[in-house]
Write a protein that binds this ligand. Structure first.
Ligand SMILES: Nc1ncnc2c1ncn2[C@@H]1O[C@H](COP(=O)(O)OP(=O)(O)O)[C@@H](O)[C@H]1O
Ligand SMILES: [Mg+2]
Length: 371
C-alpha cells in the first residue's frame, strides 16, 4: 500500500468516526433530525436538519457542528462562545440568524437559519463556467445588502445603549448566500474572531486557505480591527464579483501581506471597461489601505444604492431571483414552488383530510393563516 493510499484510507476512517460521533451526539440531544450533510470544512460540518418539537413540529434549520479538536482548545472555545453570545441577537433580514448555541458531551453546535440557495462562491464559479460577467447592477445590489447587514452589526448596541463593536472578520464569498428568491444573507458572524485569534489548526495552512485573501491590511497584520476592516473585505468581494477574479491571490502569507498592505491595486476599469466610474470610485474608497479613509458600511451601501436607483434596470430581489433561475436552471428552487414537507405540514394536511379545519378552532386557525 502506498503512503498516499494509506493517508486516503486514514482520512476516510477519520471522517466516518467524526460522522458517527456527530450523529450520536445529535441523537442524544434528541431534538434534531439530520436531513443531509451540506459541507465539511476545516472547522465544522454543516448539516441541513430539522429541529423537532412537540406534536410533530419540525423547523428546517442548518446545524453547524464544531469539530471536537476546536472545542478542546480552551482559549478558542471561550472566544467562540463569547462571540456567539454577542451575535445571537443580531436579527436582521440580511443576516443568517443564530437560533441556538448548544453543547452535548463537550461537542458544540450552532443551530441557525437554513438558507436555501447558492453562496456567492457558487455564483462566481457558475459565471466563470459560462464565461459571462455578473451584471454590475446584480453585483452592486448584493454588495449593498451585505453593507446593510454589516452596518446593523457595527452599530448594534447592548441593553445599556453602548455599541458592542461587533466585527464580522470573515466577510468572503463563502459566507454570503442568496436565497433562491433573491434575498442576501451574511453568515457566520462572530466565528472568525475565535478562528483567527486562537486557531488550533494554525499549523495546517491548507485548512485556512481562501479566507485570508479577504482580510484587510490591519487584520492580516494582526492589528486591532473594527467595522472598517469588514468594509475592506466587502470591497474585495465586490472586486471579485465584477471581474470574476480574486483581487489578492498570493498563497504564501508573507507575499500576501505585501499584496494586501502596499502593492498597487489593479485598475478595475482596465480589466472590465463596463464598470461605471461611480462604482469604481466607491470600490476604491472601500479598499483604501488606511481604515480612516474608508467609508462606513452604511455610506458604502448608500452609495451603491444611489447608483442602483439611477439605472434603467433597478436591482430588486425579484431581479436577482430571475438571474439565479437563469444561472442555475437545474437546481433553482423558488420557495413558492411547493411547501417543504415537514412534519408540521404533514400535520396540517392530516387536519385538512379529516375536515378538522372546518370544525375545530385550531383547524380554522390553520386554514385562516394558510400555513
Ligand atoms: N445557514 C446555512 N444554510 C445553508 N447552508 C449553509 C449555511 N451555513 C453554511 N452553509 C453551507 O455550508 C458550507 C460550509 O460552511 P462553513 O462551514 O461556514 O464553511 P465556509 O464558510 O468556509 O464555506 C457553506 O459554503 C454553505 O454552502
Ligand atoms: Mg461559513
Amino acid at each position: 500500500m502506498t503512503d498516499d493510499h494509506g493517508a486516503r484510507l486514514a482520512a476516510v476512517a477519520c471522517e466516518s468516526v467524526i460522522m458517527h460521533s456527530d450523529e450520536h451526539i445529535l441523537e442524544y440531544a434528541g431534538s434534531f433530525r439530520l436531513v443531509r450533510k451540506i459541507a465539511q470544512g476545516g472547522m465544522a460540518t454543516v448539516y441541513e436538519a430539522e429541529h423537532l418539537g412537540p406534536a410533530g413540529f419540525a423547523k428546517r434549520i442548518a446545524l453547524k457542528v464544531i469539530h471536537p479538536h476546536y472545542a478542546k482548545e480552551k482559549t478558542w472555545l471561550q472566544l467562540f462562545i463569547d462571540e456567539a453570545k454577542l451575535s445571537a441577537n443580531l436579527v436582521h433580514g440580511n443576516i443568517v440568524q443564530i437560533y441556538q448555541l448548544g453543547e452535548v458531551e463537550g461537542q458544540y453546535y450552532i443551530a441557525m437559519e437554513y438558507i436555501k440557495g447558492p453562496t456567492l462562491r457558487n455564483m462566481i464559479e457558475r459565471h466563470r463556467e459560462l464565461d459571462r460577467l455578473i451584471p454590475v447592477h446584480v453585483a452592486a445590489y448584493v454588495t449593498s445588502r451585505v453593507c446593510r447587514a454589516l452596518d446593523f452589526a457595527h452599530t448594534y448596541a447592548g441593553p445599556d445603549g453602548r455599541p458592542l463593536d461587533i466585527v464580522h472578520r470573515d466577510v468572503s464569498p463563502n459566507n454570503i448566500m442568496s436565497t433562491w428568491d433573491g434575498h442576501i444573507k451574511l453568515a457566520d458572524f462572530g466565528i472568525a474572531k475565535a478562528k483567527t485569534s486562537s486557531d488550533p489548526m494554525d499549523a495546517s495552512p491548507m485548512l485556512m486557505m481562501g479566507k485570508k485573501h479577504y482580510m484587510s491590511p490591519e487584520q492580516i497584520l494582526g492589528l486591532d480591527v473594527d467595522g472598517r476592516s469588514d468594509v475592506f473585505a466587502i470591497g474585495v468581494v465586490l472586486y471579485e464579483l465584477l471581474t470574476l477574479e480574486p483581487l489578492f491571490y498570493e498563497d504564501a502569507t508573507e507575499l500576501l501581506i505585501d499584496e494586501v498592505t502596499w502593492r498597487p491595486l489593479p485598475n478595475i476599469r482596465e480589466k472590465v471597461p463596463a464598470v461605471p466610474k461611480a462604482i469604481e470610485e466607491a470600490l476604491m474608497a472601500a479598499l483604501d489601505r488606511d481604515p480612516a479613509h474608508r467609508p462606513t458600511a452604511a455610506t458604502f451601501g448608500k452609495t451603491l444604492d444611489r447608483w442602483c436607483e439611477a439605472q434603467s434596470v433597478v436591482a430588486t430581489p425579484d431581479r436577482l431571483q430571475d438571474h439565479l433561475a437563469a444561472l442555475f436552471p437545474t437546481t433553482y428552487q423558488p420557495s413558492a414552488a411547493g411547501a417543504e414537507i415537514t412534519r408540521f405540514s404533514n400535520f396540517k394536511h392530516g387536519l385538512r383530510r379529516n375536515g378538522a379545519h372546518q370544525r375545530g378552532w385550531f383547524g380554522r386557525l390553520l386554514h385562516g393563516m394558510r400555513v
